[in-house]
Design a binder for this molecule. Structure first.
Ligand code: NDP
Length: 454
């Protein structure tokens, strides 16, 4: 049967664009891609990229305070959100254009509209046209979820943050995951009075417990009013803002409320039900390790599969899909060892097992350094950095590395290489320290702080 395309990709984010470019550009497949909003997807348009630029913007008051402590006659003035927002918009438009151009240059035909599934090989475009493809790749990403009770309250999610007309004077952030914690630090750094409610006992559930405690301690020390074990009980518009009463009795009125209470896969209305494709509980598309769904012609990569919701993971999954289906090289991405950074202030770089997860697997030695970094110490700040290695007591393999320190995202990339190579503690020990740096602590930890025999 002749198809209009070899591949039709739904979604122009990191995973979809990578798959389309490799399939068309490297393997000569006839590829089309539909994107309903802006090319680049969550990462470029309303995620990693604008977030990181806001992290940079929010770091300058601290830099200037340090500069003063080092003897500079420096003063920081007011932050002009309008100026930043205009530059941000221009940068995102530039990146969106680059995504468009690069995909087109690789031979991908782009439809700037919504597409849904009309059959195992059929795609319906928003204008009613139907096209066929031998393979369909769903790469529609995810979308923020607000608890049902507050869905009509008109609060922000991370989608709206970058579109704010002005910076609020005060903000309540609900949630304790990546997004909530990063935005709490960003707003706090920008001078916004920041309160964070998290329903659990400690933010960043799932990560190394000691690192979580260290980060939340530093966030509070930096001025964030963090309420653990706390959720919203009542909320209503009041005095031009939003009045909130918490489950613990805390009451205040905020200029803005941001829900960062998780994300869900973007599968609503895609037409998957009609095809009989059973979705996961949160709407995720179940796929095998080659990203193939239960319908053999339909594949899915990225956040829509809810495996590990990170840009580099989606890119690898998209690339592996193209290699497998169009390159004749069956390839899958191994989700076992994922280095990642959370851009809180201080930053958190992490790879491998937490102490808790490693303990559950067998005997481990824990190497630990908690110290005041030279730069902030000299500036008279009390900030502490944390470096932690989780080592298998039997094989000496380093199973996990967790760093809470400025620029730890940069450090963890290289620790990730070492762990991917199967580095042992002895390998770390025989690596010469780079002095004076914070990272040298990773290779100078002599004795374990504690051992768990299991
Ligand atoms: P997460 O799932 O990480 O966090 C959601 C948070 O909201 C959790 O603290 C959760 O609490 C809380 N929550 C969920 N439901 C409710 C509710 N009904 N009421 C109150 N609190 C609730 O999601 P995020 O949206 O923060 O991030 C989504 C994903 O995006 C991340 O997992 C990550 O993969 C990716 N991401 C990566 C970044 C990076 O690489 N730096 C940056 C931003 C996002 P509980 O813990 O109790 O479930």
């Amino acid at each position: 049967m002749a198809f209009d395309y070899d591949l039709f990709v739904i979604g122009g984010g990191s995973g979809g664009v990578r798959a389309a470019r490799i399939a068309a550009g490297e393997y000569g497949a006839k590829v089309a891609l539909a994107e309903e909003y802006r090319m680049g997807g969550t990462c470029v348009i309303r995620g990693c990229v604008p977030k990181k630029l806001m992290v940079f913007a929010s770091s300058f008051p601290g830099e200037v305070a340090d500069a003063q402590a080092y003897g500079w006659e420096a003063q920081i003035g007011a932050f002009d959100w309008g100026v930043f927002r205009e530059k941000l918009d221009a940068e995102l438009t530039r990146l969106e254009g680059a995504y468009h151009r690069n995909a087109t240059a690789a031979g991908v035909e782009i439809f700037d509209c919504r597409a849904t599934l009309a059959g195992p090989h059929e795609v319906r475009l928003a204008d009613g046209r139907e096209v066929s493809a031998k393979h369909i790749l769903i790469a529609t990403g995810g979308t923020p979820v607000v608890p049902e009770k507050w869905r009509e309250a008109g609060c922000m999610t991370s989608n709206e943050v970058f579109l704010m007309d002005r910076l609020p004077g005060s903000i309540l952030i609900v949630g304790g995951g990546y997004i909530a914690s990063e935005f709490a630090c960003i707003f706090n750094g920008l001078g916004v009075k920041t309160t964070q409610y998290y329903r659990g006992a400690q933010i960043l559930r799932g990560f190394d417990e000691e690192a979580r405690g260290h980060i939340s301690g530093e966030m509070c020390a930096n001025g964030i009013d963090l309420h653990l074990g706390t959720d919203i009980l009542e909320m209503e518009p009041r005095d031009g803002g939003t009045w909130v009463k918490s489950t613990t009795g805390h009451e205040a009125t905020y200029d803005a409320v941001l829900f960062a209470t998780g994300r869900k896969p973007n599968t609503e209305g895609l037409g998957l039900d009609a095809l009989g494709l059973e979705l996961g509980a949160n709407g995720a598309i179940p796929v095998d390790r080659y990203s193939q769904s239960a319908i053999p012609s339909i594949y899915a990569v990225g956040d829509v599969t809810d495996r590990a919701n990170l840009t580099p993971v989606a890119i690898r999954e998209g690339h592996a899909f193209a290699d497998t289906v169009f390159g004749g090289k069956p390839t899958f991405f191994d989700h076992g060892l994922i280095p990642t950074a959370i851009f809180t202030q201080p930053e958190f770089g992490t790879v491998g097992l937490s102490e808790e997860a490693a303990r559950a697997q067998g005997p481990v030695d824990i190497y630990l350094a908690s110290f005041r970094p030279m730069r902030s110490l000299f500036a008279g700040r009390d900030a502490r950095a944390l470096m932690k290695l989780i080592v298998c007591a039997e094989s000496d393999r380093v199973l996990g590395c967790h760093i809470v320190a400025d620029h730890s995202g940069e450090m963890i990339q290289l620790a990730g290489v070492a762990l991917a190579m199967g580095a042992t503690k002895a390998d770390f020990d025989r690596t010469l320290a780079v002095h004076p740096t914070m990272a040298e602590e990773l290779v100078t930890m002599r004795a374990p702080a504690r051992s768990h025999a299991n």
